[in-house]
Design a protein around this ligand. Structure first.
Ligand code: ARG
Length: 577
C-alpha cells in the first residue's frame, strides 16, 4: 500500500495548504495505516496537534481538511471520527488494480532503497575449538534473515563471520596437543571438532592448575603472535577442523558467510592503540592501557575503563572489535570496507561491550557522519523448563544434534500421517519433506519470537501444524500449489481481465497482500524479523479463511479470475516472504 499511501499523503498536503497558512509554521500531518479494519485503510491524526497551533477545535480542522481533499478517484469520502481523526477507505476497484499491478512482479511492490548503502552484518561468529552453541544458532538465523532482507532492499550487504580464531586459548591448545597428540598438529592425524573440544577442556584444566603448563602456553602464544611458521601451521590446522564443522551447519541452513575472523585484525591492533593515544583518549591504569567511558560507571560510581591493552602487552576482544570497526568504516581506498552501517547480531549479554566499543570508536573519530553502528541483541535460548537449554545429561546441546532431532521428528510425523492416509510416496520424498519442514521449523521458531526476549526452545511447539509455526505456513503455501495443480497455473495463462473484488473475504485478502511492502520497510527499520513472521502468519490465516469460505475453481465466471489471481499473489507473497 506504499504507493497508495504516498499518493494520498500528497493529496493531504495539498488540502492542508488551503487550511493552514505558511505563517502558522511547518505542520506535520502524517498518514498512517489504520489501527483497526473498521477505520478503513489509513488514518491521519494531525488535526489534534494542529488544534493548539491554530486555536481551533480539532474536529473543525479535520473537517476543513476533508472539505478540501480531492481523493474521490482513490477513496470513498473520508470520514472525520472521534476527537478529530480522518479515516480513509480505499475503493475496491483501486485495490483490484493494485493487486493486478503487483501480480507476477518479482519485487511485489517493494521499492529499491534510496540511497543504497553498504551494510556489514556481523553474525554467527562462533569460536574455534569450541562447539557452536544455540546462541550462535540464533545469531546465524536472525543475522541471515536481516542480511537477506537488506540485500532484497538493494543494499550491498557484507555477511561477516567474526570467528573467534585468535587469542591466548591457542597457546594453551597447542601446548597441550604437543604433549598428547603431536601428530594432529602436523596434519598426520585427523582430529574432528569433537576431539578438539575435548582437548580444549583438558588444556583449560591443566592451565588452571599447572604453573609450568601456563608458562609453556604463554610461550606458544608469543611464538604464534610472532608468526613462527610451525605455530602458524598448527593454528591453521585447528581452524580448519572447526571450520569444517561450522560449514556443515551453514550448508544445512543455507546460510552464506564470509570468514573474517579475529585473526584478520591482528596486525592492526598496535595501530588501534596508537590512534587512541593520538586522539588523547588513552590512560595507563595500573599498567593496562585503557579508555575511560563516558556515562558508563561501575558499582562504585566511577567511570568504567575499556581495557585495550593488558599489562602483559596482550590485546582484548574489545581491541579486536575496535580494529574491526575502524576497518569496516574506513574508505575502500584506505583498505577499508566503506560500510555506511554495521549491524552486530549477538546475545543481549554483549550489549555493554558494544555500547563501550561504539562509544570509543565515535570519540576516536572513526565513525564518519551518516554512518552508524548498531547492536541487534537477542535473548537467551531456554529449555521448556525456562532454564538454559541443556541435554538430559546436562551437557550443552550440539547444534548438529538439534537439527537432526528436528528433522527426525518431522520425518516420524510425516510417516505416521502418510500411513494413516494410506499414501505412497516416491523415493526420497519423505527425506526431502522432513529436511525442509524440520529445518524451517527451527529457523521460523527463532524468527517468529521478538528477538529481544528469551525464547523457549520446544520441538513440539515449533513442529506443530497449528499456530504461528513453519509447518502451518508451509501448509498454506502447498495448499495453494495444490489448487494450481488442479486449476492450471492459477489463471496466469488466461487472458487478463479486470479483477473484481466484492466478497469481504476477497477484500480482506487483497488488503493484506498489498501490505507486504509496508511490512518489509518496517522490518528494515527496526530489524525485528518477528514482524515479518506475524505478517506471513496473518496472511496465511486470511488466505485459509478465504479458501475455506469461497469456491475458487468452481467460482462463478465473474469471480473466478479474481480468486485465481488472489491465490497466485498469495503464493508469490508467501514464497518471497
Ligand atoms: N565470537 C563471539 C562469541 O562467541 C561473537 C562475536 C560477535 N562479533 C563481534 N564483532 N564481536 O560470543
Amino acid at each position: 500500500m506504499l504507493k497508495l499511501r504516498n499518493a494520498l499523503q500528497h493529496r493531504l498536503t495539498e488540502a492542508l495548504a488551503r487550511v493552514v497558512a505558511p505563517s502558522d509554521g511547518p505542520v506535520d500531518f502524517p498518514l498512517t495505516p489504520a489501527t483497526r479494519p473498521e477505520f478503513g485503510d489509513f488514518q491521519a491524526n494531525g488535526a489534534m496537534g494542529l488544534a493548539k497551533v491554530l486555536g481551533r477545535p480539532p474536529r473543525r480542522i479535520a473537517q476543513a481538511v476533508v472539505d478540501h481533499l480531492q481523493v474521490e478517484d482513490l477513496c470513498h469520502p473520508p470520514q472525520v471520527a472521534g476527537p478529530g481523526f480522518i479515516n480513509f477507505t480505499v475503493r475496491p476497484e483501486v485495490l483490484a488494480a493494485e493487486v493486478q499491478a503487483r501480480l507476477d512482479q518479482p519485487r511485489l511492490g517493494v521499492p529499491m532503497a534510496q540511497p543504497r548503502q553498504r551494510v556489514a552484518v556481523d553474525f554467527s561468529s562462533p569460536n574455534i575449538a569450541k562447539e557452536m552453541h544455540v546462541g550462535h544458532l540464533r545469531s546465524t538465523i536472525i543475522g541471515d534473515c536481516i542480511a537477506r532482507l537488506l540485500s532484497f532492499r538493494g543494499h550491498q550487504v557484507l555477511r561477516l563471520n567474526h570467528l573467534g580464531d585468535w587469542g591466548t586459548q591457542f597457546g594453551m591448545l597447542i601446548a597441550h596437543l604437543k604433549h598428547v597428540a603431536p601428530r594432529s598438529l602436523s596434519g598426520e592425524e585427523h582430529v574432528d571438532l569433537g576431539d578438539l573440544v575435548a582437548f580444549y577442556r583438558q588444556a583449560k584444566g591443566r592451565f588452571d592448575e599447572d604453573e609450568g603448563f601456563r608458562e609453556q602456553s604463554r610461550g606458544e602464544v608469543v611464538e604464534l603472535q610472532a608468526g613462527e611458521p610451525e605455530s602458524l601451521r598448527a593454528w591453521g590446522l585447528l581452524c580448519r577442523q572447526s571450520r569444517q564443522a561450522f560449514q556443515a551447519v551453514y550448508d544445512r541452513l543455507d546460510v552464506q558467510l564470509v570468514e573474517r575472523g579475529e585473526s584478520f585484525y591482528n596486525q592492526a591492533l598496535p595501530g588501534v592503540v596508537e590512534d587512541l593515544e593520538q586522539a588523547g583518549l588513552l590512560v595507563v591504569d595500573d599498567g593496562a592501557r585503557c579508555v575511560f567511558l563516558e556515562g558508563m560507571t561501575g558499582k562504585d560510581g566511577q567511570p568504567l575503563p575499556l581495557i585495550v591493552q593488558k599489562r602483559d602487552g596482550g590485546y582484548n576482544y574489545a581491541t579486536t572489535d575496535l580494529a574491526a570497526i575502524r576497518q569496516r568504516l574506513a574508505s575502500p581506498d584506505g583498505g577499508g570496507e566503506g560500510a555506511h552501517r554495521v549491524v552486530y547480531v549477538t546475545d543481549a549479554g554483549q550489549s555493554n561491550h558494544f555500547a563501550a566499543v561504539f562509544q570509543v570508536a565515535q570519540r576516536a573519530g572513526w565513525v564518519p557522519t551518516g554512518c552508524h553502528l548498531q547492536h541487534v541483541p537477542f535473548g537467551l535460548v531456554q529449555g521448556t523448563d525456562g532454564k538454559k537449554l541443556k541435554t538430559r545429561s546436562g551437557a550443552t546441546v550440539r547444534l548438529r544434534d538439534l537439527l537432526d532431532e528436528a528433522v527426525e521428528r518431522a520425518r516420524l510425523d510425516l510417516v505416521e500421517r502418510m500411513a494413516q492416509e494410506q499414501r505412497q510416496a516416491e523415493e526420497g520424498f519423505v527425506e526431502q519433506v522432513a529436511e525442509t519442514v524440520g529445518i524451517a521449523a527451527v529457523k521460523y521458531a527463532d524468527l517468529s519470537q521478538n528477538r529481544t526476549t528469551n525464547y523457549q526452545f520446544s520441538f513440539d511447539r515449533m513442529l506443530s501444524l497449528q499456530g504461528n509455526t513453519a509447518p502451518y505456513l508451509l501448509y498454506a503455501y502447498v495448499r495453494i500449489q495444490g489448487i494450481a495443480r488442479q486449476g492450471g497455473s492459477l489463471g496466469a495463462e488466461e487472458k487478463p481481465v479486470a479483477l473484481w473484488l466484492q466478497a469481504p473475504q476477497e477484500l480482506s485478502l487483497a488488503r493484506q497482500l498489498l501490505n507486504f511492502d509496508e511490512v518489509i520497510l518496517e522490518v528494515e527499520q527496526d530489524l525485528l524479523p518477528n514482524r515479518l513472521c506475524a505478517y506471513l502468519f496473518g496472511l496465511s490465516q486470511t488466505f485459509n479463511r478465504f479458501y475455506d469460505q469461497l469456491p475458487v475453481l468452481k467460482a462463478p465466471d465473474r469471480s473466478r479470475p479474481t480468486r485465481l489471481a488472489l491465490c497466485r499473489l498469495s503464493a508469490q507473497t508467501m514464497g518471497l516472504g
